[in-house]
Design a protein around this ligand. Structure first.
Ligand code: ATP
Length: 227
């Protein structure tokens, strides 16, 4: 068995607004292996986005631990975590968070520029990724000039720019027709098989979920295997 790439142990999350106190996650244990595609299913409001944000170190859990390649992440400073996210994780959010003042190509290059690579080093890999998601004909267009599906595919290309170990994706095929959805899925599937990318994908698309290695459902604050 492959050693886990990423582990979550006993993750709890309580939102306390002063008026209301909701325990959204009640003790999540999760282990992700290299090359594995995992679907996360669950009703609206069940806590899927909260879980992805915690796994991505973008939000702190109320309790619990995260381990990456066996090393705990909770002792790292915010600066170290930012470098870790840049190098090891790729994100696709429900709202893609592309930078509107930049072109599609510049958005894809951005993680590499932030990570210290030159424009010259970043441009060709960014072009290849945009071609892989079939947005290369729009590379000079600003985000607002792209369709919703093109924006989503550009966000995927950006998430893959640093060749992450783990991709955390919140409904990455939500705006896509079935052809584009399959294109995205096939690209991710190839990366998983070829270079051991691990993917954790929130989706409501049962057909895509059925093609992944594992399906987990978030219900009542707990994650259980579906099938
Ligand atoms: N910052 C916050 N403060 C208080 N409550 C929150 C906060 N963020 C989320 N919640 C609540 O936590 C619950 C889980 O929200 P979350 O966005 O994680 O669910 P989800 O499964 O991703 O939903 P959807 O499928 O609709 O996107 C919801 O009841 C939501 O109202």
């Amino acid at each position: 068995m492959t050693a886990p790439l990423f582990e979550a142990r006993g993750i709890r999350k309580i939102y306390d607004s002063g008026i209301d106190r909701i325990e959204v996650l009640k003790g999540i244990d999760l282990s992700l292996s290299p090359g594995e595609m995992t679907a996360v299913l669950g009703a609206s409001g069940s806590g899927k986005t909260t879980l992805l944000q915690i796994l991505g170190t973008l939000a702190a859990p109320s309790e619990g631990q995260l381990l990456f390649k066996g090393e705990r992440l909770d002792s790292r400073s915010e600066r170290e975590l930012a470098a870790f996210r840049n190098r090891c994780l790729g994100f696709i959010f429900q709202f893609h968070h592309l930078l509107p003042e930049f072109s599609a190509l510049e958005n894809v290059m951005m993680p590499a520029l932030i990570g210290g690579r030159s424009r010259h080093q970043a441009i060709e890999p960014a072009r290849r990724l945009l071609a892989a998601v079939e947005v290369d004909h729009r590379e000079r267009h600003r985000v607002g000039e792209l369709s919703g599906g093109e924006q989503q595919r550009t966000a995927l290309a950006r998430a893959l720019m640093m060749e992450p170990d783990l991709l955390l994706a919140d409904e990455p095929t939500g705006n896509l027709d079935s052809r584009a959805g399959n294109l995205v899925f096939d690209l991710l599937h190839d990366l998983c098989r070829q270079r051991g990318l691990a993917v954790l994908m929130v989706t409501h698309n049962q057909e895509l979920a059925a093609r992944m290695d594992r399906r987990l459902t978030l219900r009542d604050g707990l994650l259980t295997a579906t099938d």
